[in-house]
Design a protein around this ligand. Structure first.
Ligand SMILES: Cc1ncc(COP(=O)(O)O)c(C=O)c1O
Length: 359
């Protein structure tokens, strides 16, 4: 604390990212990274972009990431003016809070969800209300419909939700977006490629829908920091206005080249996502066999609790074995562990360690 801090800095509650341990070979199942490398085309594209002596690095990158936006628009069958690009979807989400969710009424998001949302709300002074998930950790769309006496200035949640992995069908998302014409609905689809239905197909019909994607999960590019928003050109324009008042060049050259190549290799995405999904089902069965209750997941992680063993203790014991999972010390979820899907070998190491801890 310092007398030099602005008022708002005193009030911030910064997001705490999962640990990046400085160990040679940790079993790292705590930040929902992909256990497989990106498409080989990504490496080729980075090398080509660098040139023999890295001469391209002298120049600023394309501020509007034209080539990347064209590749992503082609992938989704939409127009480039419906695509916004940012430095990771976290930055895209931050801009959405400032550009589209900050109005005179509170926004709604679930009580159990991505913990960056309340952080952004505090940063940009966006009033918010949290809406409880049901007993099965599902979002009830009825709770988000605008009602007399319960108006809101917008809605944001991930689909599949994090950290639960629970996914809503597209028809439910559409019901919300259609009933909520007076404010923006942001659907954060960070994990959509692992088994949920994307709402990108709806953006032509609903000018109040913004869909956020990332290359960090299914495209194995967490280290590159590339995220997107898809929506009506007016929403994208708002994000660009904020971006160009903040940082004209949020995406470096290598990130743009890497993400473009990743989008041009749809086959790699399909193969690797299928592999992660198969491992998720395998891990879910193994955890159930050890007595865990596992929330059915459509993401690259599972959310599980053991009825007889505390999550904080299990997490600490795993850590001693250099196995990292995520434990949130928060109401309703502090008995759960969020476990990212690793390779089958990593999942087996985890299951063996759990077996010995529980016995
Ligand atoms: C729901 C959700 N949205 C967004 C992100 C941010 O992803 P990135 O900034 O790496 O694109 C995450 C990261 O874990 C997430 O869980």
């Amino acid at each position: 604390m310092s007398r030099f801090w602005s008022d708002i800095v005193h009030r911030l509650v910064p997001y705490v990212p999962g640990e990046q341990p400085a160990l040679a070979h940790p079993v790292k199942l705590n930040t929902n990274e992909n256990p497989y490398p990106p498409s080989p085309r990504v490496l080729e594209a980075i090398r080509a972009e660098l040139g023999e002596q890295g001469e391209s690095l002298r120049r600023y990158p394309d501020p509007i990431a034209k080539r990347l936006r064209a590749a992503v628009a082609a992938h989704h069958g939409i127009r480039a003016d419906q695509v916004f690009v940012g430095n990771g979807s976290d930055e895209v989400l931050a801009h959405a809070f400032q550009a589209l969710l900050k109005h005179d009424k509170p926004i709604f998001f679930p009580d159990i969800t991505y913990s960056f949302y309340p952080t952004y709300a505090r940063l940009y002074e966006v009033e918010y209300r949290t809406v409880p998930l049901d007993e099965q950790f599902a979002i009830r769309i009825d709770d988000y419909l605008p009602q007399e006496g319960n108006p809101h200035g917008g809605v944001i949640f991930p689909n599949p939700n994090a950290p639960t992995g629970h996914a809503l069908p597209l028809a439910e998302i559409e019901r919300l977006v259609a009933a909520n014409a007076e404010s923006v609905v942001v659907i954060d689809e960070a994990y959509v490629d692992f088994g949920a239905e994307s709402a990108v197909a709806l953006i032509d019909r609903y000018p109040n829908l913004l869909v956020v994607h990332t290359t960090s999960k299914s495209r194995s590019l967490a280290g590159m920091r590339v995220g997107f928003a898809f929506g009506h050109a007016d929403l994208i324009d708002a994000l660009n206005r904020v971006k160009d008042s903040f940082n004209s060049y949020p995406l470096d050259r290598l990130a743009q080249a890497a993400a473009t190549a990743a989008y041009e290799d749809a086959e790699w995405l399909k193969t690797m996502s299928a592999r992660v999904i198969a491992s998720r089902e395998r891990l879910t069965a193994a955890l159930a066999a050890l007595g865990f209750d596992v929330v059915p997941s459509a993401a690259n992680f599972v959310f599980a609790r053991h009825p007889a063993h505390g999550a904080a203790e299990i997490s600490a014991r795993l850590r001693e074995k250099e196995i990292f999972v995520r434990h949130f010390n928060a109401p309703r979820v502090n008995e759960h562990l969020r476990i990212s899907i690793g390779t089958d070998a990593e999942c087996d190491t985890l299951v063996d360690a759990l077996r010995s801890i529980l016995s």
